[in-house]
Design a protein. Sequence first.
Length: 502
Amino acid sequence: MDLLSNLALGFSVATSLENLGFCLIGVLLGTLIGVLPGIGATATIAMLLPITFQLEPVSSLIMLAGIYYGAQYGGSTTAILINMPGESSSAVTAIDGYQMARKGQAGAALAIAALGSFFAGTVSTFLVAVFAPPLTVVALKFGAAEYFSLMVLGLVMSIALAHGSVIKALAMVVLGLLLGMVGTDVYTGTPRFTFGIPNYADGLNFVALAVGVFGIAEILRNLENEGDREVLTKKVGRLWPSRAQMREAFGPVLRGTGIGSVLGILPGGGAVLAAFASYTVEKRVSKTPREFGQGAIAGVAGPESANNAGAQTSFIPLLTLGIPANPVMALMIGAMIIQGIVPGPDVAVEQPRLFWGIIASMWIGNLMLVVLNLPLIGLWVRLLQVPYFVLFPIIMAMCAVGVYSVASNTFDLYAVAGFGLLGYLMSRLRLEPAPLLLGFVLGPLMEENLRRAMILARGDATTFVTRPISATLLVLTVIVLVVVLLPAVRRGRDEVFTESDG
């Protein structure tokens, strides 16, 4: 079978000594930044992009991918032990995980989170291996019109799935599109939105925007909320759940894996949505819904499985279409471009070692995480006791060095400071940054494909509705818009995220 031979190729690449080393570095670093609130996977990957210049493409992407799904593991540790999720997708874990820790069941909660994440990661990695190649074949039939319509659908989906007001999410997408237009027009060479500033001629620095909006803004939020945190280090207890707890977690893990595998593909932070959707489902199917919020093990097992499955399947649109499903995938596209690789369906054909090596490394990385994480709980606990005022200057310095090293331009440091203040202001106004970054990344690609499609059609705009695939995608876009604006759907959408505000 082609699948087996392709997986054999992938494992031969992923199990080389060099790639195993980078995978280990990635998952450990991901766990670390997941454990320490204040920077997140997005900002970390943004800072490490310059390093990828010096690495082989497959090694760099394996490391960056490990950081991403490793952060999903690490985020649960702080959520359970100090009621502060290291990652947004772990926010719902804190609801019941922290209550379990207060009852002396922190060890069981941490173990269930790790085991559920490993199972979900294994299943969803298999789904990536099965469904990515057929989607790649379909994507090869896409032209400029189809890519434009697909990106429109992706941005609309990111609006529909964003946490909070639809109008605010739409405003963030529009702002991202406008920021993406800053620079020199590719076709005419005319400066746009540069305000006569030479540093804007090549456009805004993607790394500066990502580090500022996600990294610096998160640091400011943590400094604002810094206070007395109860770190439940003495209540970790035994690290293996009882048989009764394993049986109770089995159903939620299966359901969470299914929910996360599907929602992770969707643009706009599917892993985050999957965690909240899983929690809502578990609360509704439970025979004892009143236990949720008091230390229900299903409230840990389901969401942790869902967010890890969603993190893995978010690679499907990246590897098959070159379309980012979330901000981290947008950074992965940046890493591929740095390496001279054009993201899209041609990657599977022209770079099979890269394509299948990344897929195989996901399973290896998840195995590393479950083997390493539980023995290292003591280390993570000690790190949590480090005062945040000691950590934040180190994180700030790392952000500055990472941004400056991209182009050795001091102007980028002013840019990251400005975007950091913008990100903090957005958090105060309850504006989600993810749609902004997706709009910033997809905006130039949308414009390029729009203009190319119009040139090929000699100015005939009906080309977008006369081509079957493009027309279908636009119809789906309209359906999503109509559905998300229906009162009943809006109420259900708000209910999914209600727990995150509690």
